[in-house]
Design a protein around this ligand. Structure first.
Ligand code: ATP
Ligand code: MG
Length: 721
């Protein structure tokens, strides 16, 4: 084939090369972690463009995170040089479907200026529905409703397609009705949520064959990474688009399917071969990432899973390229408590750096975001540079959300959620009562608050300070919108809004210790806006880039992130702390999904270990402070599943791994979930207690004594580490 002697093919093994060169027809690459799936995908993209099978704009490449998309774009540009310009359709499912929806929004009743709601807005909207339906929000929580709706959307179910019996899932038979109201409200708001992006795309394609045909002609090649984590909606979307050229290449690893809780279906891998008969399947078996100890550890854990597709499909990889005889074994360490754990990890990082390594080489991967705090504190104390990826996100801070709400309202007057957020922020005398009046008008009339408010102001419904405040608010927004239309640069406009709205003034008068930080954040926001050439472009970016890392790339920082966020990435040195029962595997996943949940947790352990290239440090503690109380905790059962001959284990406490499921364990660790919003009550309580003297952990706590008895050092049953 053309391009066979090309430089980009050098260094690929025969199977990888085969996958790159097989450009005609459907292709599935199934292989374990670190075998070069992503590398194959990137090289294939380069090959397609370099041999002129398609222009960059005729390829569609879907990755799982924005970070992965950025990296793939960089790699492709590196391989292609200028020829790689114009990769317009390389991104996440969200970003690509948003691009498509902007073009055809009117076909699903939206304007192309639609807003993409984030979780916070979604829940706010659900709260209004729960109230309007007179449901008790304590029994029927808005968050639960939002979760239900997300779940249906993951399964590509519009309200008319939800099985009728599922109506019982919320509000005494009102689940589907609430979903309908939710969708109707979104339309009025000229908004959609993340799930809608794909659903609307699918609707548009299904109802408008001519439009679908356009995309068939456009997308000559489709490439999909992390295919094992696609949900039904994503799958349908891909299938619709791929029916044109049938040149679709998906790469994945069923052992790394970790988004079942979000509707991902591993079975999509099996369906692929059904939907695309004659699909070629390539298996990669050679791992290029990790040392043999790391691979052995990962393989040994995942071997405990029963529900493995891959076993039948391909041979697992254990032939590591890195056969370095001196490679260190995987380290497992038992520590007294979380503080000791963070101290030890920070020390390891410092000595790594002292011996010539970079901070950037190191990652701390946690199961749930609450675990991050201990490391952050330790790193701050020692001055170790770090960043939290997908952590307490810059763009989710209150002042940033307020500023964005102003900008959203300027972009789209129908954005009621933005209106509600800032109409009285800073204070303009518009109380809840006035707002409620406006809302009831808006509900009755079907138009947005921004449109209706001037009409209401003509009447005597709202008087006094509220009337003055609203008049000023509407006038100002109109004026700012005019400035933008008149060509004022969006960064200048943002500064003007913050000044003239009184927002900056409000913060300057604020005597709380956070006020200066909030002002700094707003400055940072305006700076970030400067990187985009339009307000619309910037807002789109914010709405999509949910894993935007503070700090930016290329800086030498330790990275802290969740295991879920680490998928597809790699570091020379990886720390896996908190391997304790109920933390990892998390109690919630076991409670909610039993064995299925456990197997998904185990895949997460496999993902975690396989992120490491040279060194992998697993740790657990004997005591955790939960809600300010010390509790004895047990090592994770996954520690027991590690292969002793590839592991070096030490225990500071004389406390060891115990048989899984032991009755002695009485921990009650709340799994605060993988969402990194730090908003949960547990986190708040932890924070309130932070810095308060807590005394020393109870060395003789009943739980610990009981669980530690009969074991010494690192002995578990017959296994001696
Ligand atoms: P994951 O399942 O974790 O996403 P993956 O299968 O996508 O892993 P890659 O990230 O593509 O694997 O590759 C893992 C590492 O191995 C990368 O550093 C990559 O550059 C390297 N690699 C892949 N193929 C080769 C090869 N043929 N020769 C040398 N290095 C390779
Ligand atoms: Mg990959």
């Amino acid at each position: 084939a053309a391009g066979e002697g090309a430089a980009y093919l050098k260094g690929l093994n025969p199977e990888q090369r085969e996958a790159v060169l097989h450009t005609d027809g459907p292709l599935l690459v199934l292989a374990g972690a670190g075998t070069g799936k992503t590398r194959v995908l990137t090289t294939r993209l380069a090959h397609i463009i370099a041999t002129r099978l398609a222009f960059p704009s005729q390829t569609l490449t879907v990755t799982f995170t924005n970070k992965a998309a950025r990296e793939m774009r960089e790699r492709a540009l590196h391989l292609l040089g200028d020829a790689g310009e114009g990769l317009r359709w390389l991104g996440t499912f969200h970003s690509i479907s948003a691009q498509i929806l902007r073009k055809h929004a009117e076909l699903v009743g939206l304007k192309s200026s639609f807003t993409i709601l984030d979780t916070d807005d979604q829940i706010r909207l659900c709260k209004q529905i729960v109230q309007a339906e007179n449901l008790d929000p304590k029994r029927w929580t808005p968050r639960y409703l939002a979760g239900l709706i997300d779940g249906w959307k993951n399964r590509a179910l519009t309200p008319d397609r939800v099985p009728p019996e599922e109506a019982e899932l919320f509000g005494n038979g009102k689940a589907i009705k609430c979903y309908e109201i939710y969708q109707a409200r979104l339309k009025v708001l000229n908004a959609c949520d993340f799930g809608d992006l794909l659903i609307h795309n699918i609707t548009i394609f299904q109802e408008n064959p001519d439009i679908l045909r356009e995309y068939h002609q456009r997308f000559r090649y489709i490439l999909v990474d992390e295919y094992q984590d696609t949900n039904v909606a994503q799958y349908l979307w891909l299938r619709l688009l791929a029916q044109g050229s049938r040149n679709i290449c998906c790469v994945g690893d069923d052992d790394q399917s970790i988004y079942g809780w979000r509707g991902a279906e591993v079975d999509n891998i099996l369906r692929f071969e059904k939907d695309f008969p004659g699909a070629k399947v390539v298996r990669l078996e050679r791992n290029y990432r990790s040392t043999r100890h790391i691979l052995a550890a990962a393989s040994s854990i995942i071997a405990h899973n029963k529900g493995r597709l891959g076993k039948a499909l391909y041979v697992g990889n254990d032939s590591a390229v890195n056969e370095d005889a001196d490679a260190p074994k995987v380290k497992v360490r038992g520590l007294w408590d979380g503080e000791a754990e963070s101290r030890l990890i920070a020390d390891d990082i410092e000595s790594w750096v002292r011996s010539g390594g970079k901070h950037d080489d190191c990652a701390v991967l946690v199961r749930a975001s609450w675990q991050m705090r201990a490391f952050e504190e330790r790193f701050i104390l020692l001055g170790i540079p770090y960043r939290v990826i997908g952590g307490p996100r810059f763009f989710e801070r209150a002042e940033i959300r307020d500023a964005l709400a102003y900008l959203r309202l300027i972009r789209s007057p129908d954005d009621d959620l933005a209106f509600e957020r800032v109409v009285n922020e800073p204070k303009r005398g518009v109380g809840d009562a006035s707002l409620a009046k406006l809302q009831s008008y808006a509900r009755a009339d079907g138009r947005s608050l921004f449109v209706l408010t001037p009409m209401v102001l003509q009447t005597d419904e709202i008087k006094g300070a509220a009337k003055r405040g609203l008049t000023q608010f509407i006038d100002q927004i109109n004026m700012w919108r005019g400035k933008l239309a008149g060509g004022m640069p969006h960064t200048e406009l943002a500064e003007m809004i913050l000044e003239e709205s009184g927002y900056t003034d409000m913060l300057q008068k604020d005597r709380s210790p956070q006020a200066q930080g909030r002002l700094d954040n707003l400055k940072e926001l305006v700076r970030a806006m400067g990187e985009f050439d339009s307000l619309a472009g910037f807002l789109e970016h914010i709405e999509l880039v949910m894993d935007a890392a503070a700090g930016g790339s290329g800086e030498d920082q330790v990275q802290i992130l969740t295991l879920h966020g680490a998928k597809g990435l790699e570091w020379p040195m990886v720390f896996l702390p908190g391997w304790e029962e109920e933390v990892f595997p998390s109690r919630r996943s076991l409670d909610e999904s039993g064995l299925k949940g456990l197997e998904e947790e185990r895949r997460l352990a496999y993902v975690g270990i396989t992120r490491a290239r040279q060194r992998c440090y697993i740790s657990f503690v004997a005591n955790r402070q939960i809600y300010g109380r010390w509790q004895a905790v047990m090592p994770s059962r996954f520690i027991d599943e590690l292969p002793p001959e590839h592991v070096d284990a030490v225990s500071e406490t004389g406390y060891s791994g115990l048989p899984a499921g032991s009755d002695a364990f009485t921990g009650t660790i709340e799994d605060l979930g993988e969402r990194s919003d730090y908003q949960s009550p547990g986190w708040k309580r932890l924070k309130e207690n932070a810095g308060k003297p807590t005394g020393t952990p109870p060395r003789d706590a009943a739980g610990l004594t009981a669980t530690a008895s009969g074991t010494s050092g690192f002995i578990t049953g017959a296994r001696v580490f």
